[in-house]
Design a binder for this molecule. Structure first.
Ligand code: C5P
Length: 217
């Protein structure tokens, strides 16, 4: 039996996870947030006070880690870490962890295993190019840096008072740069991906567009 695979890639804050989650609900398929996996490992690196440039130690931690999803939650070594992985510290450091080739091999392996026996929509940076190269539909979601930073700012403002718009914008630009310039599976549009620029579009507009594409309309 062939399972449905949908790949959503794009830069930081383009709305990938919000949109992928909605589509997953609509189609009753599994949503996999691959960024959460890199974030969970980064959280572990920080908790263990491992230097972010110490690749050897980080790879060792990656090999020892148990990262899994259960009912829309992410677990690191059996601890639910949904909130912890969204911290400013994790944001600042995750791209350094994600650019390590061996780390990617371990997490990509897990991601492919999840997609083996169920219908999935997966979002990340390398899903269409690398993790699921035969996905039925590949979307590259983007939006202007200004708009992406504004959305993140609005989202975080309620939760955390001491974050400035400029700090968020800087973080987004920096992550995009590291993610696009790394050697191993960089952030790049797959040749057969469809680009959707979400600047000025509502979440529901984008969801509808993607569902139409899936139906071949
Ligand atoms: O999607 P999110 O912004 O949560 O991803 C956090 C980080 O994880 C990205 O900035 C990137 O460094 C890394 N990532 C990746 N490959 C993926 C998903 C995320 O390198 N497939």
């Amino acid at each position: 039996m062939e399972y449905i695979q949908i790949a959503i890639d794009g830069p930081a804050g383009a709305g990938k996870s919000t949109i992928a989650k909605k589509i997953a609900k609509c189609l009753d398929i599994t949503y996999i947030d691959t960024g959460a996996m890199y974030r969970a490992l980064t959280y572990k690196v920080l908790v263990n006070n491992v230097d972010i440039y110490n690749e050897e130690e980080i790879i060792k931690l990656a090999r020892e880690s148990d990262i899994k999803f259960f009912q829309e939650n992410i677990y690191l070594d059996n601890q639910k870490v949904n909130e912890e992985i969204r911290s400013i510290e994790v944001n600042k450091n995750v791209s350094y962890v994600a650019k390590i080739r061996e780390v990617r091999l371990i997490l990509v392996n897990l991601q492919r295993k999840i997609a083996l026996d169920q219908d999935v929509i997966m979002d990340g940076r390398d899903i269409g190019t690398h993790v699921l190269p035969n996905a039925r539909l590949k979307i590259f979601l983007t939006a202007s840096v200004e708009e992406r930073a504004t959305r993140r700012y609005t989202e975080l403002k309620g939760k955390c008072n001491d974050i400035s718009f400029n700090e968020i914008k800087k973080d987004i630009i920096n992550r995009d740069k590291i993610d696009s310039e790394r050697k191993s599976a960089p952030l790049v549009k797959a040749e057969d991906a469809i680009v959707i620029d979400t600047t000025g579009l509502s979440i529901d507009d984008v969801v509808e567009k993607i569902i139409d594409l899936l139906r071949g309309e």
